[in-house]
Design a protein around this ligand. Sequence first.
Ligand SMILES: [Zn+2]
Length: 266
Amino acid sequence: MLNLTDMWRAAGRAEHRRPADWLALEETMRFRAHADTHLTALDEPVLPNAGDAGIWAIDTDGLVAAIRGHGGGTWAHWQLALSYACYLSPAFHLWCNTVVRAAMKRPDVPAVQDSDPLPLYLAEHFRHLHRRLDTVDRHAADLMFLALSGQELVLGGRREFSELSRTILIRVAMAEPYDGRCPCCGNARILSTEGRPLAGTEFDHFFHRRLNRPEHGWLVCTVCHGELTHGGYLVRFARTPEFRAFQARVLKQRRLARERSGASPR
Ligand SMILES: [Zn+2]
C-alpha cells in the first residue's frame, strides 16, 4: 500500500484535494467498487484482519487503511494510489506516468518474474507427478513381495549357479563399466586382476535362491550381499535398477556367445 497523505504533502498540500476528499468522490467509489471485484490474487489486496488491531483501521474491501491521530495517515492499494496521484496535480500525474513507464521498460523487474504463472503451474504439476510415481513405486514393491512369497511356497530349496552361469556373471563383472567392482554398490572390488572372485564375493540369487540361471543373479561384494540377504525385500527392490543394468549386459553377453557358437537364436 502507498501513503496517500504523504503524496498529498509532497504535491503541495492542496486544501480541497486531501485523501478524504478524493475518497468521497463518486468517481473514486466507482473505481474502488470495480477494483474490489476485479483485483486478482496477484494484486494482493490487504486482508481485512491484517495489521495491528486498534491501530490500523482497514476498510472491508482491504483497499484503504488509516492510522488515526497525530502522525497518522491514509494508505491505499497501489491501484488506488496511482489514481489519486493523477487527481492531486498535473505535475504528480506526469511524474507517476514516467516512473511506471520506466518500470515497464526494465526487463529484470522482480515483481514481473514473481507473477509469471508458468513456473507455479509446472511446480504444481510436478508435485502431482511425484505423488503418483511414489504410489507406483509402492505398488511395484508390494508386487515384488508377493512374487517372492509365491516363489518361496512353490520353489523351496536352494540351487547353486552352474559353472557356466558363474563364468558369464564373472565375465560381465570383469568388463566395462564394472572393471571388477561390485555392480550393486559400484565401490568394493570383487574380482582379482585375473578375474577370480575375491574372498567375500558372493553369487547372489536376486529373485529366489532356487532360480539359478545367469539372468537370475549377479556377483556382489560381502557388504551388499549381507544387505540384500537380511535387509528384506525393500532393500532388494531399491537395488532393482542396478540389477537390471547388470542383467542387460548379461543378456548381451549370452547373445554374443550364441552368435559366436553359430547357434541360431530362438
Ligand atoms: Zn557392493
